[in-house]
Ligand binder design. Sequence first.
Ligand SMILES: [Zn+2]
Length: 282
Amino acid sequence: MSEGMTYDNKDKMKDTINHWHIKQNREIKNTHSDTTRLRYKCVSAQCRWALVARATGFGNTWAITKNVAKHTCHASASRLDHAQLTSAMVANCIKLSLEKNADISIRAVADLCAERYEGIVPKYNKLWRGRELAIARAFGSWEGSYGLIVPLLEAIKRSNPGTQYKIVSKPTTKPGYRFFMRAAWAWGPCIAAVGHLRPVISIDACFLSGRYKGKLLIVTGYDAENQLIPLAFGLVENEDFENWGWFMKWVREFVIGRNRYMCVVSDRHKGIKKVFIQDDLG
Ligand SMILES: [Zn+2]
Protein backbone atom coordinates (compact mmCIF):
# COMPACT_ATOMS: atom_id res chain seq x y z
CA MET A 1 0.00 0.00 0.00
CA SER A 2 2.81 2.38 -0.83
CA GLU A 3 3.14 5.20 -3.36
CA GLY A 4 3.16 4.06 -6.96
CA MET A 5 1.28 0.81 -6.34
CA THR A 6 -1.43 0.08 -8.89
CA TYR A 7 -4.65 -1.94 -8.59
CA ASP A 8 -6.97 -3.56 -11.15
CA ASN A 9 -9.85 -1.28 -10.19
CA LYS A 10 -11.06 1.22 -7.60
CA ASP A 11 -12.98 -1.37 -5.53
CA LYS A 12 -9.96 -3.67 -5.25
CA MET A 13 -7.82 -0.78 -4.11
CA LYS A 14 -10.41 0.33 -1.52
CA ASP A 15 -10.62 -3.27 -0.28
CA THR A 16 -6.86 -3.41 0.22
CA ILE A 17 -6.83 -0.09 2.09
CA ASN A 18 -9.74 -1.21 4.26
CA HIS A 19 -8.21 -4.62 5.07
CA TRP A 20 -4.92 -3.06 6.03
CA HIS A 21 -6.63 -0.64 8.43
CA ILE A 22 -8.77 -3.32 10.03
CA LYS A 23 -5.61 -5.36 10.70
CA GLN A 24 -3.87 -2.23 12.04
CA ASN A 25 -6.94 -1.45 14.13
CA ARG A 26 -6.89 2.17 12.96
CA GLU A 27 -9.75 4.06 11.38
CA ILE A 28 -9.62 6.42 8.42
CA LYS A 29 -12.18 8.60 6.70
CA ASN A 30 -12.87 9.24 3.05
CA THR A 31 -12.48 12.98 2.41
CA HIS A 32 -12.93 12.97 -1.35
CA SER A 33 -14.16 10.49 -3.93
CA ASP A 34 -14.98 10.94 -7.60
CA THR A 35 -14.33 9.03 -10.82
CA THR A 36 -10.68 10.02 -10.98
CA ARG A 37 -9.53 10.76 -7.42
CA LEU A 38 -9.81 9.33 -3.93
CA ARG A 39 -8.51 10.83 -0.69
CA TYR A 40 -8.33 9.48 2.84
CA LYS A 41 -7.34 10.95 6.19
CA CYS A 42 -6.94 9.42 9.62
CA VAL A 43 -9.95 9.93 11.91
CA SER A 44 -7.57 11.26 14.55
CA ALA A 45 -6.98 15.01 14.08
CA GLN A 46 -3.45 14.69 15.55
CA CYS A 47 -2.39 11.94 13.15
CA ARG A 48 -0.74 13.08 9.92
CA TRP A 49 -1.48 9.98 7.90
CA ALA A 50 -3.13 10.70 4.51
CA LEU A 51 -3.52 8.90 1.20
CA VAL A 52 -4.34 10.06 -2.32
CA ALA A 53 -5.10 7.77 -5.24
CA ARG A 54 -5.92 8.45 -8.89
CA ALA A 55 -7.34 6.63 -11.86
CA THR A 56 -4.35 5.96 -14.12
CA GLY A 57 -6.25 6.34 -17.39
CA PHE A 58 -5.20 2.81 -18.46
CA GLY A 59 -8.34 0.67 -18.36
CA ASN A 60 -9.91 0.68 -14.90
CA THR A 61 -6.65 0.70 -12.99
CA TRP A 62 -5.98 2.98 -10.06
CA ALA A 63 -2.71 3.96 -8.43
CA ILE A 64 -1.73 5.33 -5.04
CA THR A 65 -0.04 8.64 -5.77
CA LYS A 66 0.59 9.84 -2.23
CA ASN A 67 0.84 8.05 1.10
CA VAL A 68 1.93 10.58 3.70
CA ALA A 69 3.67 9.49 6.90
CA LYS A 70 2.94 6.57 9.19
CA HIS A 71 0.01 6.57 11.59
CA THR A 72 0.98 8.29 14.83
CA CYS A 73 -2.43 7.81 16.43
CA HIS A 74 -3.13 5.16 19.09
CA ALA A 75 -4.77 1.96 17.99
CA SER A 76 -7.79 1.31 20.17
CA ALA A 77 -7.38 -1.69 22.44
CA SER A 78 -11.08 -2.46 22.64
CA ARG A 79 -12.84 -1.84 19.38
CA LEU A 80 -16.08 -3.64 18.55
CA ASP A 81 -16.95 -2.06 15.22
CA HIS A 82 -14.55 -0.59 12.67
CA ALA A 83 -15.20 2.19 10.14
CA GLN A 84 -13.31 0.30 7.42
CA LEU A 85 -15.31 -2.90 7.91
CA THR A 86 -18.09 -1.81 5.54
CA SER A 87 -21.27 -3.69 4.68
CA ALA A 88 -19.63 -4.60 1.35
CA MET A 89 -16.84 -6.31 3.29
CA VAL A 90 -19.39 -8.07 5.49
CA ALA A 91 -20.98 -9.32 2.26
CA ASN A 92 -17.62 -10.64 1.01
CA CYS A 93 -17.02 -12.30 4.34
CA ILE A 94 -20.26 -14.36 4.30
CA LYS A 95 -20.35 -15.12 0.55
CA LEU A 96 -19.44 -18.82 0.77
CA SER A 97 -21.66 -19.57 3.79
CA LEU A 98 -24.60 -17.83 2.17
CA GLU A 99 -24.33 -19.94 -0.98
CA LYS A 100 -24.72 -23.04 1.18
CA ASN A 101 -27.48 -21.60 3.35
CA ALA A 102 -29.65 -18.73 2.07
CA ASP A 103 -31.25 -18.48 5.48
CA ILE A 104 -28.10 -17.45 7.39
CA SER A 105 -28.87 -15.66 10.67
CA ILE A 106 -27.51 -12.25 11.70
CA ARG A 107 -25.86 -14.04 14.66
CA ALA A 108 -23.98 -16.28 12.23
CA VAL A 109 -22.99 -13.26 10.11
CA ALA A 110 -21.55 -11.64 13.25
CA ASP A 111 -19.60 -14.81 14.10
CA LEU A 112 -18.13 -15.04 10.61
CA CYS A 113 -16.97 -11.40 10.78
CA ALA A 114 -15.47 -11.90 14.22
CA GLU A 115 -13.61 -14.96 12.95
CA ARG A 116 -12.18 -13.21 9.87
CA TYR A 117 -11.46 -9.85 11.50
CA GLU A 118 -10.06 -10.83 14.88
CA GLY A 119 -13.01 -10.15 17.11
CA ILE A 120 -14.41 -7.10 15.32
CA VAL A 121 -18.19 -7.31 15.18
CA PRO A 122 -20.02 -4.52 13.31
CA LYS A 123 -23.29 -3.12 14.58
CA TYR A 124 -26.54 -4.92 13.78
CA ASN A 125 -27.55 -2.52 10.97
CA LYS A 126 -24.29 -3.02 9.15
CA LEU A 127 -24.52 -6.82 9.47
CA TRP A 128 -28.04 -6.63 8.11
CA ARG A 129 -27.02 -4.47 5.12
CA GLY A 130 -24.09 -6.78 4.46
CA ARG A 131 -26.39 -9.80 4.37
CA GLU A 132 -28.84 -8.01 2.05
CA LEU A 133 -26.00 -7.14 -0.29
CA ALA A 134 -24.61 -10.68 -0.26
CA ILE A 135 -28.05 -12.14 -1.04
CA ALA A 136 -28.55 -9.69 -3.91
CA ARG A 137 -25.09 -10.60 -5.27
CA ALA A 138 -25.64 -14.35 -4.95
CA PHE A 139 -29.20 -14.67 -6.22
CA GLY A 140 -29.70 -11.69 -8.49
CA SER A 141 -29.38 -7.97 -8.65
CA TRP A 142 -31.60 -5.46 -6.89
CA GLU A 143 -32.15 -3.55 -10.06
CA GLY A 144 -34.75 -4.75 -12.51
CA SER A 145 -36.19 -7.25 -10.03
CA TYR A 146 -38.57 -6.70 -7.14
CA GLY A 147 -35.79 -6.17 -4.71
CA LEU A 148 -34.81 -8.93 -2.40
CA ILE A 149 -37.95 -11.01 -2.46
CA VAL A 150 -37.62 -12.73 -5.87
CA PRO A 151 -34.04 -13.97 -5.46
CA LEU A 152 -34.82 -15.14 -1.94
CA LEU A 153 -37.97 -17.03 -2.89
CA GLU A 154 -36.20 -18.59 -5.89
CA ALA A 155 -33.39 -19.77 -3.61
CA ILE A 156 -35.86 -21.26 -1.14
CA LYS A 157 -37.83 -22.90 -3.95
CA ARG A 158 -34.66 -24.69 -5.08
CA SER A 159 -34.23 -26.37 -1.70
CA ASN A 160 -38.01 -26.80 -1.05
CA PRO A 161 -39.61 -28.21 -4.19
CA GLY A 162 -43.32 -27.51 -4.51
CA THR A 163 -42.98 -24.02 -3.05
CA GLN A 164 -45.44 -21.58 -4.58
CA TYR A 165 -45.27 -17.83 -4.77
CA LYS A 166 -46.87 -14.95 -6.56
CA ILE A 167 -45.74 -11.35 -6.76
CA VAL A 168 -47.80 -8.50 -8.13
CA SER A 169 -46.10 -5.31 -9.21
CA LYS A 170 -46.74 -2.47 -11.60
CA PRO A 171 -44.41 -0.55 -13.90
CA THR A 172 -42.86 2.72 -12.77
CA THR A 173 -41.73 5.66 -14.87
CA LYS A 174 -38.11 4.64 -14.24
CA PRO A 175 -37.07 2.01 -16.81
CA GLY A 176 -36.13 -1.35 -15.33
CA TYR A 177 -37.87 -0.65 -12.02
CA ARG A 178 -41.21 -1.97 -10.84
CA PHE A 179 -43.43 -0.87 -8.01
CA PHE A 180 -44.03 -3.67 -5.51
CA MET A 181 -47.70 -4.24 -4.63
CA ARG A 182 -48.36 -7.67 -3.13
CA ALA A 183 -46.71 -11.01 -2.61
CA ALA A 184 -47.90 -14.38 -1.37
CA TRP A 185 -45.91 -17.54 -0.78
CA ALA A 186 -46.22 -21.01 0.74
CA TRP A 187 -43.44 -23.55 1.36
CA GLY A 188 -43.58 -26.85 -0.55
CA PRO A 189 -43.52 -29.14 2.54
CA CYS A 190 -46.37 -27.14 4.12
CA ILE A 191 -48.53 -27.39 1.00
CA ALA A 192 -47.87 -31.14 0.93
CA ALA A 193 -49.10 -31.40 4.54
CA VAL A 194 -52.49 -29.77 3.92
CA GLY A 195 -54.23 -33.09 3.22
CA HIS A 196 -53.18 -34.43 6.64
CA LEU A 197 -54.34 -31.48 8.73
CA ARG A 198 -57.52 -30.85 10.68
CA PRO A 199 -59.99 -28.97 8.45
CA VAL A 200 -59.47 -25.72 10.37
CA ILE A 201 -57.26 -22.77 9.50
CA SER A 202 -56.58 -19.51 11.36
CA ILE A 203 -55.96 -16.34 9.43
CA ASP A 204 -54.60 -13.05 10.73
CA ALA A 205 -52.45 -10.06 9.82
CA CYS A 206 -49.61 -8.44 11.70
CA PHE A 207 -47.75 -5.15 11.41
CA LEU A 208 -44.28 -5.10 9.93
CA SER A 209 -42.22 -2.58 11.84
CA GLY A 210 -39.06 -2.75 9.69
CA ARG A 211 -37.88 -0.35 7.03
CA TYR A 212 -40.67 -1.10 4.54
CA LYS A 213 -43.70 -1.26 6.87
CA GLY A 214 -46.76 -3.05 5.41
CA LYS A 215 -48.65 -6.05 6.76
CA LEU A 216 -47.88 -9.74 6.89
CA LEU A 217 -50.90 -11.98 6.31
CA ILE A 218 -50.66 -15.48 7.72
CA VAL A 219 -52.62 -18.72 7.34
CA THR A 220 -51.99 -21.36 9.98
CA GLY A 221 -53.23 -24.95 10.14
CA TYR A 222 -53.36 -27.58 12.90
CA ASP A 223 -52.13 -31.15 12.66
CA ALA A 224 -53.62 -34.20 14.41
CA GLU A 225 -51.75 -33.33 17.60
CA ASN A 226 -52.98 -29.73 17.45
CA GLN A 227 -49.51 -28.48 16.61
CA LEU A 228 -49.48 -25.31 14.50
CA ILE A 229 -48.20 -25.42 10.95
CA PRO A 230 -47.65 -22.25 8.90
CA LEU A 231 -49.43 -22.69 5.57
CA ALA A 232 -49.12 -19.43 3.70
CA PHE A 233 -47.82 -15.88 4.01
CA GLY A 234 -48.81 -12.68 2.27
CA LEU A 235 -47.05 -9.34 2.10
CA VAL A 236 -49.33 -6.39 1.45
CA GLU A 237 -49.43 -2.67 2.10
CA ASN A 238 -52.70 -2.58 4.06
CA GLU A 239 -55.04 -5.01 5.67
CA ASP A 240 -58.15 -4.39 3.55
CA PHE A 241 -60.74 -6.18 1.45
CA GLU A 242 -58.74 -6.04 -1.81
CA ASN A 243 -55.65 -7.53 -0.25
CA TRP A 244 -57.42 -10.19 1.83
CA GLY A 245 -59.52 -11.11 -1.21
CA TRP A 246 -56.48 -11.46 -3.44
CA PHE A 247 -54.60 -13.46 -0.79
CA MET A 248 -57.45 -15.86 0.12
CA LYS A 249 -58.14 -16.55 -3.54
CA TRP A 250 -54.46 -17.41 -4.03
CA VAL A 251 -54.46 -19.61 -0.90
CA ARG A 252 -57.55 -21.48 -2.16
CA GLU A 253 -55.95 -22.13 -5.50
CA PHE A 254 -52.36 -22.99 -4.59
CA VAL A 255 -52.40 -24.13 -0.97
CA ILE A 256 -55.77 -25.54 0.15
CA GLY A 257 -56.93 -26.85 -3.22
CA ARG A 258 -60.27 -26.38 -4.96
CA ASN A 259 -62.11 -29.38 -3.50
CA ARG A 260 -61.24 -29.11 0.16
CA TYR A 261 -63.34 -27.25 2.71
CA MET A 262 -61.88 -25.57 5.73
CA CYS A 263 -63.37 -23.88 8.77
CA VAL A 264 -61.77 -20.45 9.07
CA VAL A 265 -60.97 -18.81 12.41
CA SER A 266 -60.32 -15.06 12.25
CA ASP A 267 -60.62 -11.80 14.18
CA ARG A 268 -63.52 -10.84 11.88
CA HIS A 269 -61.66 -7.87 10.47
CA LYS A 270 -63.86 -5.82 8.09
CA GLY A 271 -61.77 -6.88 5.09
CA ILE A 272 -61.95 -10.56 6.01
CA LYS A 273 -65.73 -10.51 6.56
CA LYS A 274 -66.30 -8.95 3.16
CA VAL A 275 -64.13 -11.63 1.50
CA PHE A 276 -66.27 -14.43 2.93
CA ILE A 277 -69.54 -13.20 1.46
CA GLN A 278 -68.03 -13.41 -2.03
CA ASP A 279 -67.87 -16.92 -3.45
CA ASP A 280 -65.27 -16.18 -6.10
CA LEU A 281 -62.61 -15.19 -3.56
CA GLY A 282 -61.95 -18.69 -2.31
ZN1 LIG B 1 -3.77 7.64 12.36
